[in-house]
Ligand binder design. Structure first.
Ligand code: AMP
Ligand code: MG
Length: 479
């Protein structure tokens, strides 16, 4: 199947017109394709080379439509930094329709009814980041929206300075957010809440269709999925940065990448978002924030589901799911197969030791994946060696109760501890090159993003050590 031969449907448009506004994309000037992801295209059943598709660029730029496509922006609201923000909606994302269970969306495709003060555009810098991290999260096994293609242009876009406009074609099984429900609760349109719940069940939780208490069960699944995703974020050291309820997907996957960061040195209280002065969305606070957001969702759903029952589910499901998944992944990262009730403590002590030792989080686990009694392998990458030294003694003792061989353990650990992670420092280098019209690094990063556990010897330059001055920096929200 060729991309330009896809036939789309638009189930969202069957909802009342209060849910969306029809809008045509505004194409960029002199567009050109920068990168495409064959892996994302596969989701649509596209197996023909995207680069040989003559119509690809025009479709990505919104100047040509796929069959069946009707373009629209979705309406939603949300809590931003703890405060209800009123009506938001897709201010720069334009939906094309759905195929193979994936909703296609052009981010940066121009003004919509919901653009407010914005210009409807996305700059190349932030588009490169979103494009690559979408595919990287997938490569890491973390539920996420995907990115099929990235185009650049000559359209000037005003931010702190003039930048060029770009568009990312994003894919997701759903673009409904916690904030979509919040919008219809805030306007008092409670019958529309039900319509939305029916839509979400059909789109994201079809197994619940026709079941007793389907809405309550839907809430339970959202809680569970969200807890799983956040546990995975914490295990790889991912800081989202803007966990507003409008950036929380109703099926729990990661969406709307902005000033995100993967930890360089392990720093529990790291804040990636420069505008997050109080550190509300800091790394360590992500589980608590997700829970708070799930409470907002329960409030939004309360006109049609008993709030106390949702509250009980939140208590019963969120933390236990989060802890179970997080501890399981961390044990796998440590190569521990057998169960030991002391492992939780071992993990806790490791995190404290990592922070004190001042060591790169990703590199530590990759080195540990080849650790066999020679402590220097790990200690040599830490600034304050003594803090990890005694932890390694405990770890070696713990390994004695494992039955698999060291080689087997190494092999397993190398499959869960990535060699490549999209650090901001390396992304910035790719962006700097892209600003000079050299996109090789973007495409190289795509390769390692999709298979981060493989060695990719020839691309080793993409995991070089981050210089001290570039470690754990904050990022501007401007995008
Ligand atoms: P975010 O936190 O980046 O997901 O965005 C919050 C809200 O602002 C959403 O409703 C976006 O659609 C909107 N928005 C962000 N940037 C722009 C822009 N340049 N033009 C129009 N709307 C924007
Ligand atoms: Mg958003």
């Amino acid at each position: 199947m060729k991309f330009s031969n896809l036939k789309l449907s638009t189930p969202y448009l069957k909802l009342d017109s209060a849910f969306y506004t029809k809008v045509e994309p505004t194409p960029l000037d002199k567009p050109f394709v920068i990168s495409t992801s064959a892996s994302a295209a596969e989701l649509l059943g596209v197996d023909e080379d995207l680069n040989l598709d003559d119509a690809l660029l025009a479709i990505l730029n919104g100047s040509q439509k796929l069959e069946g496509s009707e373009t629209f922006a979705m309406c939603y609201s949300g809590h931003q930094f703890g405060h209800f923000a009123g009506r938001l909606g897709d201010g720069r994302a334009i939906n094309l329709g759905k195929v193979n269970g994936q909703n296609l969306q052009l981010k940066g495709a121009g003004l919509t009814e919901y653009s407010r003060q914005g210009d409807g555009r996305a700059v190349l810098r932030s588009s490169i980041r979103e494009y690559l991290v979408s595919e990287a999260m997938y490569g890491l096994g973390i539920e996420t929206t995907r990115a099929l293609a990235l185009i650049g242009s000559e359209t000037d876009v005003a931010r702190e300075r003039w930048e060029k406009g770009a568009i990312v074609l994003r894919l997701s099984p759903t673009w409904v957010r916690f904030g979509t429900f919040e919008y219809f609760t805030s306007t008092g349109e409670h019958t529309k809440l039900k319509d939305l719940a029916e839509y979400v069940i059909e789109e994201s939780f079809p197994h619940l269709k026709g079941q007793e208490n389907a809405y309550l069960k839907m809430y339970a699944e959202i809680v569970r999925n969200t807890a799983v995703t956040i546990a995975k974020w914490q295990s790889v050291g991912f800081n989202h940065g803007v966990m507003n309820t409008d950036n929380m997907s109703i099926d729990g996957r990661t969406i709307d990448y902005g000033p995100f960061a993967f930890l360089d040195d392990y720093k529990k209280e790291y804040i990636c978002n420069h505008t997050d002065r109080d550190g509300q969305y800091r790394f360590s606070n992500q589980p608590a924030t997700a829970r708070w957001n799930l409470e907002r969702l329960a409030v939004a759903l309360s006109p049609m589901i008993n709030y106390e029952l949702m509250d009980e589910i939140l208590d019963d499901v969120f933390r236990p799911t989060y802890e179970k998944v997080y501890n399981k992944i961390m044990c796998e990262k440590l190569g521990l197969k057998s169960e030991d009730k002391e492992d939780k403590t071992l993990i806790y002590e490791l995190l404290i030791s990592l922070e004190r030792a001042t060591v790169d989080y990703t590199l530590f686990f990759r080195k540990l994946s080849r650790f066999d009694e020679d402590k220097s392998v790990v200690l040599d990458i830490s600034i304050y060696r003594e803090f990890l030294d005694s932890w390694l003694d405990k770890y070696m003792l713990r390994l004695k109760s494992e039955t698999i061989s060291a080689n087997e353990r190494h092999e397993e650990m190398l499959k869960i501890n990535p060699k490549y992670i999209l650090k901001n420092f390396i992304l910035q280098e790719a962006i700097d090159k892209a600003n000079e019209d050299d996109f090789t690094m973007v495409n190289d990063l795509l390769k390692v993003a999709l298979s981060p556990y493989d060695e990719h010897e020839e691309l080793g330059y993409l995991c070089k050590i981050v210089p001290l001055e570039a470690k754990n920096n904050k990022l501007s929200c401007s995008s």
